[in-house]
Design a binder for this molecule. Structure first.
Ligand code: GTP
Ligand code: MG
Length: 417
């Protein structure tokens, strides 16, 4: 098994370091246990960083002075990164010196990763990775609260403006992955871990298809073309479907086209893209040798090409590459679109935040009914004493004591009547 590109993963904050760590944990194959990727993990919270097992291909960077975390404060997160920029730069230069491409990984919504991400982009751009790095960003779930949504949207706003000048952006929509994970009865922590492994496995698979399998037929999608897609500004949408080879009937295209269309619609990591925005697309199909002989005909490839053309009518090329792989009885179809706008999950986040803001507004305008009834409340106990005093005393009641002005905000407690 070979890889096309040597990736480096720069993880920021807990989500970012967890994903980068999962990617660095990938083994080349079941037989070759070498770990082909490297990761630099940066987090303010040292406990979170310590929890991730040490591997020789992983370098951890703590941010002294901010070791207890930055508590969702993106200004502080940015500051923590900037203060340690020199040490971070040196580590990146030595640790990533042989890397073909670097992914900056960040769980959007927190303080550390989200705060640091723009500075990290600036840094990679200036230390020799201009045009050779991309972003791996998670979108928060809709129910993560105002602060998280606000942090994520602030950064998405900046990234959107810079999008065309950056490399590929791989969006991991946590809400989408959670909805699929919901049926699997996992704890949130286990779910996050399996999410991260899923991301890592997918990136690794795509990186091995182009380098490990024997091309079948005339067209071959090679490492340089894959690198070009990763260098393309905008979002990268990845779809995958696996079919039992015997279920694929060449005479009846629905037996494979339906599954493939569905995989593009639902995506592996996020969905809701306008595919017409794509600036390039590619399909790689892997089948075992007997399935390859039977399936990889002109008609089969043409079916897939025409589907790509329907999705992205303005593209000149709809490349479909076919390979002979080592998984018996299976046909795997990977479809990738580059140069896309953000998925509609981003719109849903802004809607969710607007709705939360509206509720906060509503709350601040609500009359405080409890305060009103309490203000109108008169104690019976007091009334009884007052009545009793009035009955027993013939003298006129004494005038109320003069209220004095005090600095004590609780001074009113001394004058309760
Ligand atoms: N997919 C995935 N998402 C994660 C994971 N951990 C956190 N997230 C997401 O990332 C967002 C940001 O959280 P963290 O990464 O913990 O935040 P941080 O950057 O460490 O920032 P602070 O803790 O505020 O300093 C969360 O709101 C989650 O949506 C993870 O392991 N996998
Ligand atoms: Mg954290």
């Amino acid at each position: 098994m070979n890889i096309s590109l040597k990736y480096g993963f720069l993880g920021l904050g807990m989500g970012g370091t967890s994903i980068a760590h999962a990617c660095a944990g990938m083994r080349l194959s079941a037989k070759n246990t070498q770990r082909p990727y490297t990761a630099i993990l940066i987090n303010s919270n040292e406990m979170d960083l310590l929890k991730l097992p040490d591997y020789p291909n992983v370098k951890k960077i703590t941010l002294p002075g901010y070791e207890r975390g930055v508590g969702r404060d993106i200004q502080l997160g940015q500051e923590a990164f900037t203060v340690h920029k020199t040490a971070i730069t040196e580590t990146i230069q030595s640790y990533f010196s042989d890397r073909d491409y670097v992914f900056i990984c960040c769980g959007l919504g927190g303080g550390t990763g989200t705060g640091a991400v723009i500075e990290a982009i600036r840094l990679l751009h200036t230390v020799g990775f201009a045009g050779r790095f991309g972003l791996l960003l998670t979108l928060p779930r809709r129910n993560e609260g105002r602060k998280v949504l606000d942090n994520a949207l602030q950064r998405l706003q900046v990234i959107k403006r810079a999008m065309q000048g950056l490399g590929a952006i791989v969006v991991v929509d946590n809400e989408k992955l959670f909805q699929t994970g919901l049926h699997q009865n996992q704890s949130v922590e286990d779910f996050m871990k399996s999410c991260n492994r899923h991301v890592a496995r997918l990136l690794h698979d795509l990186n091995t298809v182009t380098a490990s399998y024997k091309p079948y037929g005339s067209y071959h999608f090679d490492a340089s073309e894959w690198l070009n897609m990763l260098k393309t500004g905008g979002c990268l949408h990845i779809a995958k479907c696996v079919l039992p080879a015997q279920a694929v009937d060449l005479a009846s295209p629905v037996t494979y086209m339906e599954a493939m269309k569905q995989s593009v619609l639902s995506g592996e990591l996020s969905a809701g893209y306008d595919l017409e925005d794509a600036t390039s697309s590619a399909v790689s199909i892997v089948a075992d040798s007997s399935a390859a002989k039977r399936l990889f005909t002109h008609a089969f490839v043409e079916q897939i090409q025409s589907f790509l053309h329907e999705c992205t009518p303005i593209l000149d090329e709809n490349p479909v590459a076919t390979y002979v792989g080592d998984q018996p009885g299976l046909v795997t179809i990977y479809t990738v679109f580059a140069g896309l706008n953000f998925p509609n999950g981003v719109t849903k986040l802004t809607d969710e935040l607007a709705e939360l803001e509206r509720k906060v507004d509503e709350r601040s305008q609500k009359t405080d009914a409890i305060a009103e009834v309490l203000a109108g409340f008169k104690s019976l106990v007091k009334k009884e004493t007052v009545d009793l005093e009035a009955l027993l005393s013939e003298e006129e009641s004494a005038p109320a004591p003069q209220k004095t002005v005090s600095d004590d905000p609780f001074d009113f407690l001394n004058h309760l009547e």
